[in-house]
Design a protein around this ligand. Structure first.
Ligand SMILES: Nc1ncnc2c1ncn2[C@@H]1O[C@H](COP(=O)(O)OP(=O)(O)OP(=O)(O)O)[C@@H](O)[C@H]1O
Ligand SMILES: [Mg+2]
Length: 145
């Protein structure tokens, strides 16, 4: 695992789902009430995998599955975890309809897949995380900020 750090940004060259989860698990230590993470990246990039790592770091004991159909799954941990997937959203208005504002303003950590669907709705303090496929099947490039 390769994890260079400089001036508040971090990146990871992940070689497995376990790498990605371990990176997210460490990041979870720094999360505070109201933290918002926007997870950018194409289908299969590892966004849900990343949230599974966050959940482990937040001491969530329930299994974390993709909220593609339910839009949001809520978990209890050191902080509440709101896992939101906006893939099926048609417009930013629908993000407000499903209560995105309330989650983001709540006391938990909000992790959002397909955040581009809610352009203009996410707060300034949102941490943007970018996941991309690498050359090898299990290779991913992950960048924060
Ligand atoms: N280095 C890696 N990091 C993360 N996932 C990996 C890695 N290598 C292989 N995988 C696999 O890639 C898949 C990633 O799926 P995941 O559901 O996390 O993607 P996603 O970005 O949430 O996709 P979607 O947009 O469909 O929700 C999993 O099957 C995982 O095991
Ligand atoms: Mg997903």
């Amino acid at each position: 695992m390769n994890e260079p750090r400089s001036s508040g940004t971090a990146s990871l060259h992940s070689l497995s789902a376990a790498d990605t989860q371990a990176f997210a698990e460490r990041l979870a230590r720094d999360l505070i009430p109201g933290s918002v993470l926007a997870l950018h990246g194409p289908l299969g990039a590892g966004k849900t995998c990343f949230v599974q790592g966050l959940a482990a770091g937040l001491k969530v004991t329930q299994p974390v599955s993709s909220p593609t159909y339910t839009l949001v799954n809520e978990y209890e941990g050191r902080l509440p975890l709101y896992h939101i997937d906006l893939y099926r959203l048609q417009s930013a208005d629908q993000a407000l309809d499903m209560g995105l504002d309330e989650y983001v303003d709540g006391a938990g950590v909000t992790a959002i897949e397909w955040p581009e669907r809610a352009d203009g709705v996410l707060p300034e303090r949102t941490t943007h995380i970018f996941l991309a496929h690498g050359k090898q099947a299990n290779e991913r490039l992950i960048r924060i900020g």
